[in-house]
Design a protein. Structure first.
Ligand code: B12
Ligand code: SF4
Ligand code: SF4
Length: 308
């Protein structure tokens, strides 16, 4: 790691990121063949927008040919269980919202912080190319978090930090500045051991084998990404109106979860009550805008079919 990267890491932590790492952009992307296979086997088929950027997802230098470094940041969003924020009656009659979607949209929060990190770097490396990425950008973030030595991908597919668990968002910077000084970080070895809790608990058997999530079966595909697609009706909501946290709730690595330091993630909505759903104005600026306010009642009904 160069002195410039050491400074950037201090800045990243001051901005509220909980971990940060860097690696050379030309290291082979971890799990590249597995990501490629997910496209070939049709597991990502409902997410048509991904196929259009397949090449970039397999190689960051397609996105930025001059890239020298990949910086990855990790931010905890852990705020406890649903029961800590809503009473038992409301919980029983409502569809649950996955924890990532309780507060302000993480895309807005991370993007703002990453833009500030980019500005910090540009002040010290004028004229450099620096491209922030987060979620919707075609960078396979879990793979690069592993390449930066920040953790490993569990059998659930989740990126697991040994110090933060799984309740984290990822993002980063792609840049033509050499921030690694030729040092390739040591990888964190897979530490699932003999545990199979996530495979056993997944309500739709979407984790079809260790490390392999079939997006065609994952609840999140049908209650966030494609909420109106009739194919989603094949899967009951299993209590979840938006997203699903089951494979994280059972993960023993989450005993290391750290409470988020981000006030903008303070819970606004933790359940969708089908009799009192949030309005379009209520969900503006939150991840609930993705499935859309118009779909929340039907998603809550699918989550709790007997309660309506
Ligand atoms: C498409 C997508 C989805 C899809 C498909 C998920 C999937 N597992 O493929 C759907 C809509 C289902 C989804 C669900 C969720 N997502 Co999502 N999603 C993405 C997105 C945009 C791309 C992921 C991707 O490329 N998938 C293709 C697969 C093949 O790649 P991968 O998931 O990265 O898998 C890695 C490993 O599992 C491993 N691997 C894959 N197959 C195999 C096979 C073997 C044998 C081995 C050894 C390894 C291996 O290789 C990959 C790279 O290392 C990323 C953001 C991004 N730009 O990367 C967010 C992202 C992965 N999602 C995120 C989150 C939070 C979620 C949910 C938890 C949301 C929720 N609570 O409702 C769930 C978790 C479901 C799960 N168990 O994975 C976070 C994950 C953070 C973390 N700590 O891991 C990300 C990084 C967004 C972000 N910026 O924070 N997601
Ligand atoms: S998010 Fe839910 S449905 Fe998707 S893999 Fe995890 S437990 Fe299964
Ligand atoms: S629940 Fe167990 S098998 Fe699944 S990711 Fe966590 S440690 Fe690994």
């Amino acid at each position: 790691m160069t002195p410039l990267m050491q400074g950037l890491a201090v800045e990243a932590r001051a901005l509220g990121f909980d971990d940060v790492g860097v690696c050379p952009a030309d290291v082979p992307m971890p799990d590249r063949d597995h990501v490629s296979a997910a496209f070939d086997d049709g597991r990502l088929e409902p997410l048509a927008w991904m196929a259009a950027t397949r090449d970039q997802r397999l190689d960051v230098r397609v996105r930025m040919p001059a890239a020298q470094s990949v910086v990855v940041v990790v931010q905890s969003y852990w705020q406890g269980d649903h029961g800590a924020h809503v009473n038992a009656d409301a919980l029983a009659r409502s569809g649950k919202i996955a924890r990532y979607a309780w507060g302000q949209d993480y895309h807005h929060v991370l993007r703002r912080k990453l833009r500030r990190l980019r500005k910090w770097l540009l002040e010290r490396a004028p004229g450099a190319k620096v491209a922030p990425f987060n979620d919707v950008d075609a960078v396979t973030e879990r793979a690069w978090a592993m390449a930066c030595g920040l953790g490993f991908a569990g059998k659930s597919g989740m990126f697991i930090s040994r110090t933060l668990g799984t309740w984290t968002f990822l993002g980063g910077l792609l840049t033509d500045v050499d921030l690694h000084g030729g040092v390739v970080p040591e990888r964190v070895t897979d530490a699932c051991g003999t545990c199979t809790a996530c495979l056993d608990a997944c309500p739709t058997r979407a984790i079809i084998a260790p490390h392999i999530v079939d997006a065609r079966r994952c609840l999140v595909t049908w209650n966030v990404e494609e909420p109106t697609d009739p194919r989603g009706d094949a899967f009951a909501g299993h209590g979840w109106a938006v997203g699903c946290d089951v494979c994280q709730e059972v993960c023993p690595w989450n005993k290391f979860a750290q409470p988020t330091r981000e006030p903008r993630y303070a819970p606004r909505h933790v359940v969708v009550d089908p009799d009192a759903p949030p309005s379009a104005a209520d969900v503006k600026g939150t991840p609930l805008a993705r499935p859309g306010a118009d779909n929340l009642v039907s998603l809550a009904r699918r989550a709790r079919p007997r309660s309506v």
